[in-house]
Design a protein around this ligand. Sequence first.
Ligand SMILES: [Zn+2]
Length: 393
Amino acid sequence: MILRYATLLGLTAAFVVGGVAVVQHVKNAQAQAPGISVTPAAPQAEPAQPDASPPPDVTAPTAPAMPLTPTVENPLPENPTPLVNAPPAETTPPVVAAPPVETPAPAAKPAVADKKDSIAAKLLFAAQKLPTLGKAMAIGYYPRGCLQGGVELPVNGPTWQVMRLSRNRNWGHPSLVNFLEKFAPAAAKVTGWKGILIGDMAQPRGGPLPFGHLSHQIGLDVDVWFMPMPNHTLTPEEREKTSASNLVADDWKHLNPATWTPQHIAFIKTAAEQPNVERVLVNAVIKKELCRADPKASWLEKVRPWYGHHDHIHVRLACPADSPSCRKQPPVTGDDGCSDKALAYWFSDKVLRPAKAPPTTPVKPPKPVTLADMPPACKNVLDAPAKQATKTN
Ligand SMILES: [Zn+2]
């Protein structure tokens, strides 16, 4: 146990020294204490925190409908949206030492719990290599929560392959795995592609990620690349080094004619039309083209512009019925988001040419999110016994 925390503290120090700080501004994003069922102890009895500040997606006038951030591949500079705070700093995956050996956590003593509360939650969750036992449950909000009873998407399927295996992010709520198992063949069919390439889902127990995303925390978000699966089974190395194709031109105002194809419309439409899909995020250039190509389509309202997303879609599923403490995001309003007014922000200098802070401005890293900032049940998720993986190919 001591070793485990020493390792985690060491990791914390390494992250601080390395300057890896994911900006976290989504405040009070979650509250209720769900009845987690994996531990013999009673569910956490802490009172629910009132959700003082509305989620960014409620208030943002230009409808960036979810507090999602650019991925690490995103070359766009950091820039705040009108009411959503700055997305996390672009980071490359830090070199992380081997995680501590997975052992079932003994009942926490108060002093130990205190110590854990001070460790960045992203380190605690990233160190978990297996999901919890217990029934699947998405806990909290997409950018502030965790996952109980996560299931693994096999890294190879008839019509999909999972990329970036080193990240161990091919986990999700069963509804996400079900979605991908249906979407992959459907997308292959409408595009004529051999299959799809799947990027990040969630960590085995969800939670904050050390790099790359603010959301993807509760097992209901997935990135799918804008390119066909190749004919061969990719090697692990190819899955690390291959880049997704960028559909947007260098000016960030037009499509890239060398990579854009009409099949991409069918691909996005198919994702948006799957049951339980609430949002599909794409770059604004792509959104604009969808509006032009199919102006009356009802699925357009689910497809929203967001930073990055020039080389992948981000699909977000609705809270599943088995997850009472999953916090719903506001439903789409029926506005297709295609008006010039709706799209203008995304092509403004504020997004495309944001002012840089003077180099002398000291940059204070934000306080990392700790377990104390998360839904109380996420402590149980972290401490719960592991479900042994059934090895997938
Ligand atoms: Zn994503």
